[in-house]
Write a protein of this length. Structure first.
Length: 74
């Protein structure tokens, strides 16, 4: 599961980098399906970061990786 999530993170990364941000996969709990990511650069301090996390990152990961239940930010 972690490799699948990393592949999706790598797909999302250029979108965030285009706006001066970045994303890093911190961990995947395969028992609970919770993925933890870090938002960096402009995304780290952006007031819209939570919306980006849910509308873009979580949606895409859940769509492409079976078993993911949530994406959380550290």
């Amino acid at each position: 599961m972690k490799e699948q999530v990393q592949d999706v993170v790598n797909q999302i990364r250029p979108i965030l980098q285009a706006d001066g941000g970045d994303i890093e996969l911190i961990g995947v709990d395969e028992k609970t399906g919770i993925v933890t990511v870090g938002l960096r650069g402009r995304c780290g301090g952006c007031p819209h970061a939570q919306m980006t996390l849910q509308a873009v990152v979580e949606k895409k990961i859940k769509e492409l990786v079976p078993g993911v239940t949530a994406v959380e930010r550290v």
